[in-house]
Design a protein around this ligand. Structure first.
Ligand SMILES: *[C@@H]1O[C@H](CO)[C@@H](O)[C@H](O)[C@H]1NC(C)=O
Ligand SMILES: *[C@@H]1O[C@H](CO)[C@@H](O)[C@H](O)[C@H]1NC(C)=O
Ligand SMILES: *[C@@H]1O[C@H](CO)[C@@H](O)[C@H](O)[C@H]1NC(C)=O
Ligand SMILES: *[C@@H]1O[C@H](CO)[C@@H](O)[C@H](O)[C@H]1NC(C)=O
Length: 252
């Protein structure tokens, strides 16, 4: 009971602040008429949970529709990570959610990784929508995007991303998180894509060690040192905390 009550309180608090943020975030992105120039994601600085979030550039090959969608999905990434940060700060390492995904791992590592992911410099990071290496075309039903092997800071966003990824507001409508996977939600997927970039994964400190839902709980209990370094443990943690905060009982 007590647990539920506290979750409800956080939910109410965050839904108020998110609403405020949504209003203040609606400032239009400035586009340059010079087609060779990328556009910048622009946000008001008072996003709940994050004082100074940083953003990739949206390259001009993302047309204005795609940029609007990306801007909205990047806002989702701030929201889902802010719920996670809030949960970590208020419930600590004894929390059932923390234990589920990170076991006895260091909460300091998890907090630091999230902070770094959202607020560390993303200078030079580019999201581009032209299929520069042809991998969208080669993998039309399986590649929503890709990290460029030849340009560490560049991420290609394929058409499939826009067709298949869902906004965070759809959480639980899409089925259980374990069935659709946390990356089904664009905001979570964007955080995953940042983690392919070496300055974000700290040259491999954070990596994709274990990815399958069925293996993650065992990884948390048996290898918590690596669970706090494992990309999918973060993605599931965030989706789990978020869904349980906004939908009674969540939908893990
Ligand atoms: C557009 O940007 C490019 C690259 O910065 C620059 O060389 C060019 O002069 C600009 N063109 C116009 C019309 O502003
Ligand atoms: C951007 O591209 C998508 C598909 O690639 C298309 O559906 C959309 O209409 C385009 N938007 C603009 C403004 O051209
Ligand atoms: C923990 O996981 C890492 C990465 O998969 C692996 O290299 C290491 O051997 C594992 N440690 C234990 C104790 O299982
Ligand atoms: C976590 O640490 C506590 C206390 O050190 C210990 O009792 C418990 O067995 C550990 N749990 C796991 C899953 O490692």
């Amino acid at each position: 009971m007590f647990e539920n009550f506290k979750v409800m309180k956080i939910t109410n608090l965050l839904s108020c602040t998110s609403l405020l943020a949504a209003i203040s975030l609606s400032a239009p992105v400035e586009y340059s008429s010079n087609a060779t120039i990328s556009s910048y994601v622009e946000y008001n600085s008072d996003i709940p949970g994050w004082a100074r979030p940083t953003f990739p550039e949206l390259y001009q090959t993302c047309n204005s529709t795609k940029r609007r969608i990306l801007q909205s999905f990047i806002e989702d990434s701030l929201e889902v990570s802010a719920y996670a940060k809030d949960r970590l700060l208020n419930y600590g390492a004894e929390d059932v959610f923390f234990q589920r995904w990170f076991g006895n791992g260091s909460i300091i590592t998890v907090l630091g990784t999230l902070d770094h992911l959202v607020e560390a410099s993303k200078a030079g990071f580019v999201f581009r929508c032209d299929d520069i290496d042809g991998l969208c075309l080669k993998n039309p039903t399986t590649y929503p995007g890709y990290h460029r092997q030849t340009a560490d800071k560049e991420t290609v966003i394929c058409d499939l991303f826009f067709q298949s990824k869902k906004p965070l507001v759809n959480i639980c409508y899409e089925g259980a998180i374990k069935d659709v996977g946390p990356k089904h939600y664009a905001g979570v997927d964007i955080l995953h894509r940042y983690l392919h970039i070496s300055s974000m994964n700290m040259n491999g400190f954070i990596g994709e060690f274990v990815e399958e839902f069925d293996d993650l709980a065992e990884f948390a209990s048996g290898n918590s040192t690596f669970a706090v370094r494992n990309v999918d443990s973060y993605l599931y943690y965030m989706a789990d905390v978020y869904s349980s905060s906004v939908v009674p009982g969540g939908c893990l």
